[in-house]
Design a protein around this ligand. Structure first.
Ligand SMILES: NC(=O)c1ccc[n+]([C@@H]2O[C@H](COP(=O)([O-])OP(=O)(O)OC[C@H]3O[C@@H](n4cnc5c(N)ncnc54)[C@H](O)[C@@H]3O)[C@@H](O)[C@H]2O)c1
Length: 261
């Protein structure tokens, strides 16, 4: 079992609902946190709340330079990186092609910009964060976990061709990274896994209109949204249990996926 006490977590999207829950969890368990986000004011507030065992850094995960600075900052501040949690993510939903109900002809297309922006943050941003942090982990002989965040959307949600595609990528990356590290004798030292939440009660979901939210709640057997703390707790469990690697762990309250039986 790996101990959280004195370990260092690098969290992007750190001031968001799930990122902040993970930061609180890490601090509560006596770990240290490097919190990154594009929102400087939210970072300052987070620092006030979380206290002395947190350093914050403004970082746009789509920038190679920013991700390098983030990894360097963690080493400068704490000398090691043990958990990489690249949680920065956005949604920009829409149909790939919208047709007119009367004529049946296409009247609107998802723009390249809308597709690309989600890919840039949710996929390329994760690649850059993981590559830069893990380079430092290897070179400084750090032990720990890369914990990606997928989603039940990875299974294919209508209206989310951009988001679902990036989250499907998050489900395959643990297998790729684990296999690559296995070849190099690193897979025991640095594991990679993903969590795949269903609907979590953060602004990403709570900002939906009430009708859409009610429809979602009807599909969740436990009768409520997942709490951000519950996702943080799962990340902590995967971190500590070194038998867990290369896999994606769902946390969705029994959400009915695929066939409705
Ligand atoms: N909320 C859910 O239901 C749910 C379900 C499954 C997966 N997820 C995933 O969990 C992660 C966190 O989601 P959340 O619900 O906490 O969302 P959130 O909107 O509360 O937080 C996302 C954070 O990412 C930051 N961010 C956006 N663009 C960035 C960039 N370019 N560089 C750095 N930071 C950036 C935002 O400022 C924000 O603080 C996302 O990857 C999301 O896809 C969320």
């Amino acid at each position: 079992m790996l101990a959280i006490k004195d370990s260092v977590a690098v969290i992007t999207g750190g001031t968001g609902g799930i990122g902040m829950a993970l930061a609180r969890f890490w601090i509560k368990n006596k770990g240290k946190v490097v919190l990154a986000d594009i929102m400087p004011e939210a970072l300052a507030q987070a620092k006030d709340e979380l206290g002395k065992d947190v350093v914050t850094i403004t970082c746009d995960v789509t920038s190679e330079e920013d991700c390098g600075r983030l990894a360097d900052k963690a080493l400068e501040a704490y000398g090691q990186i043990n958990l990489v949690a690249p949680f920065a993510g956005i949604i920009m939903d829409g149909l790939m092609l919208s047709t007119d109900r009367e004529t049946g002809k296409v009247i609107k297309k998802m723009s390249l910009e809308k597709f690309q922006k989600v890919v840039d943050i949710n996929l390329t941003g994760v690649f850059l964060t993981v590559r830069e942090c893990t380079e430092r982990m290897i070179n400084n002989n750090c032990r720990g976990l890369i914990c990606l965040i997928s989603s039940t959307g990875s299974l294919g949600t209508a209206g989310q061709i951009n988001y679902s595609s990036t989250k499907a990528a998050m489900s395959v990356m643990p297998k790729v990274i684990t296999a690559e590290f296995f070849r190099r004798g690193l897979s025991g030292q640095i594991r990679c896994a993903a969590v795949a939440p269903g609907y979590v009660g953060t602004s990403m979901v709570k900002n939906m209109n009430q009708k859409a939210l009610d429809k979602i709640l009807n599909e969740i057997p436990i009768g409520r949204l997942i709490e951000p703390d519950e996702v943080a707790d799962l990340v902590g469990a995967i971190y500590q249990n070194e038998a867990l690697a290369g896999e994606t762990y769902f946390i969705h309250g029994g959400l009915r996926l695929g066939s409705r039986g």
